[in-house]
Design a protein around this ligand. Structure first.
Ligand SMILES: [Fe+2]
Length: 256
């Protein structure tokens, strides 16, 4: 199975708005076109902050693109998203509580880490209990978790202040299984492969603006928009790689 992870599109209601000089609609359209051109993607997983302002028009724009995309899409919310608005204005599958889907021999978990009114993340007690049950019922299936907020520090103080707040609870549950193969996150607009409890934790660049790695304070980095390809095998192994748009792919990040 081949999955494309996209994250942090930050689409505004206002079509003329930009994020650090980046036209987030144009960069997102270029990313989605690149994914579709690959031709053999089974699923797109959007790991949050698809909207910048949670506005109806921003989700309607996303929906207009997804509705003509022939790849199934599953989305989890980020801190900028407003799930109730997203569900009114779109028909792509926006998961607002802990859920899982089985694909072949694998189980994928989708977590809601949005804490209303906060930039940092939280998994509420019911979702934690459901995650625990869903991991337990998976038995020996290999499993991947998709979520917006990383459940660990990434080495950027300003972003580490807004990671998953109750990471200890998360890891307590995850550590009860030896079949969690990886955690894929967004939120931090940069490429990292870290680990905790021997579980890889991978963060994926944004489809628009990137944040500078290892910076204590907010700082952007002029790197092209990106997404991640994840390939799972029936034997429980997986691989992944990052794809960045080339400047020739109809979008170049502006010089800021
Ligand atoms: Fe975020």
């Amino acid at each position: 199975m081949r999955i494309a992870q996209i994250t942090d599109a930050h689409i505004f209601d206002d079509p003329d708005a930009s994020f650090e000089g980046c036209d987030t609609r144009a960069s997102f359209e270029a990313v989605l076109a690149e994914i579709q051109s690959l031709g053999n993607i089974d699923l797109i997983v959007a790991t949050g902050d698809m909207s910048m302002d949670g506005g109806f028009i921003s989700y309607r724009f996303l929906n207009s693109l997804f509705s003509v995309c022939d790849i199934p899409i599953l989305a989890v919310p980020g801190n900028h998203d407003v799930p109730s608005v997203a569900s009114q204005s779109s028909n792509f599958y926006f998961l607002t509580s802990t859920a899982n889907r089985d694909f072949g021999s694998w189980r994928f978990h989708f977590l809601n880490t949005k804490k209303v009114g906060h930039e940092l993340g939280e998994i509420d007690p019911k979702d934690l209990a459901d995650l625990s049950q869903n991991i337990f019922s998976a038995g020996r299936k290999p499993q991947i978790i998709f979520m917006h907020h990383p459940p660990l520090d990434i080495g950027c103080a300003w972003l580490d202040d807004m990671k998953l707040e109750n990471s200890g609870d998360f890891w307590h549950i995850v550590s009860q299984s030896s079949n969690i193969k990886a955690v894929f996150c967004g939120h931090v607009h940069q490429d990292n492969e870290l680990s905790q409890n021997s579980v890889p934790v991978i963060t994926t660049p944004s489809t628009c603006v990137q944040f500078k790695r290892h910076s204590r304070v907010y700082q952007i980095e002029r790197l092209q928009p990106g997404f991640r390809i994840i390939e799972t095998q029936d034997d429980g192994t997986f691989s992944h790689h990052l794809v960045r748009l080339k400047p020739s792919d109809d979008f170049s990040i502006p010089i800021l």
